[in-house]
Design a protein around this ligand. Sequence first.
Ligand code: AMP
Ligand code: ZN
Length: 477
Amino acid sequence: MFRLYDTRLRAVTEIQPARRGQLRMYTCGPTVYRPAHVGNLRAYLLPDLIRRNAERHGLSVVACQNITDVGHLADDDESDPQGEDKVLAAAAATGTSARQIALRYEDEFRASCDELNLLPPDFAPRASESIETMIDMVRRLIDSGHAYPVPTGSVYFDVRTFADYGAISGNRLEALRPRSERTPHQSDGGVDADKRFHADWALWKAAPADRELTWPTPWGTGFPGWHIECSALSLTSLGDVIDIHTGGIDLRFPHHEDERAQSDSLAGREVVRHWVHCEHLLFEGRKMAKSTGNVVLLADLAERGLDPLAARLAFLEHRYRQQLNLTWDTLTAADATLRRWRERVADWADEPSRPMCAEYWARVAGALDDDLDTPAALRALRELAADEQIPAGSKFETFAAADRILGLDLVRLVGRPRPAPPPLPEGAEAKLAERAAAREHQDFGASDRLRTELAALGVSVVDTPEGQAWTVSPATP
Ligand code: AMP
Ligand code: ZN
């Protein structure tokens, strides 16, 4: 079968689904209060690759990815002292309703996923539509002694009833300091005082009934905590044996620890067999995040004339659990590689058909099975493209097969006219030729000078394994 790095077991592990022939996978979906940036989207490429590779092995995949449209507080990532709901805050800032905000960004999220060729999950439940299930689960956790209501109307999970807490992230309960010590500026609005233990978290949060997105319960009016959403939506959509659970690396703690404690306490068993996490995307050296101010959207790529799938290829150049530092240069280079490969694939398709090249295919498939080693798979494809011993028809079949998992639309130009290259400003073509010649003669001084001169003309040049590539800035007349 195939192997993935299991965060809880801290090892690359053979994935054997619990049910014969079927893989059940849950992914923490987006919080729909702003557009998803390419860092978020990298986290969703992971389940897409797992799915495509599992299907290659003949498994039928049942995937669930929730939509968080309520309950994700800004202070769950410890940045907002008020603990404001992210969707409600966005609604207040724009003078619309929470529902409108959520629907708008849910729709934009789906569009971004489509642009990146991310296959849609089988279930995409909205948190706000499963509140009754969450309330029922909170009640069951209280009845079984894992949770307790407090006079304010909130309900807390009693973490000391879950002995194995911390196994995913390596955080030991006794070593966890109270949050107020970790972030002295922060207050939990006075609710903290009712907690039995500082690491307990709210399953249900009391709130005034006139606040949007609140529901009545036996304990009081309020809204669910973010962590119970994922327990409720995963258990109801996939049952209590889930083969793989994915998410961004920052979700290991507290989100996944808390979700695991809740789900396992409800089910009376280990629900998730493998936790798999995607490392962060950095942009020009810093973690991509709204708070860092270095957010890049797929629309920003389009604005620079880059194919959105250039982001997908740039992601694939690194393994999912390596940090990846994206720059406009790497995106431009990926865009050029995509164009070049699509043209070559179309050329090869014109030649007599031949079977796939078994040796290169084994390398591609083996790399994917080895903890999604996509850089190794791409290296094999680059070598295949350059291998003069392999007939064009075989190259075509092998690239087409690899693309069913890589999802780069490499067969886009087969049987179709080639798109015209973007028109170059006056004088740029000669400089590009001069620069290519300079690089051939390893005259890097001249090559750098020409790069600067081309930039002044609005042409940005990058060097890729396939040679120099360029984009023409749309501002150029
Ligand atoms: P959110 O919509 O904020 O709940 O985040 C959605 C997903 O994106 C989560 O799985 C996060 O872990 C992930 N994520 C957030 N920022 C980054 C980043 N810079 N690189 C990779 N994943 C990220
Ligand atoms: Zn989740």
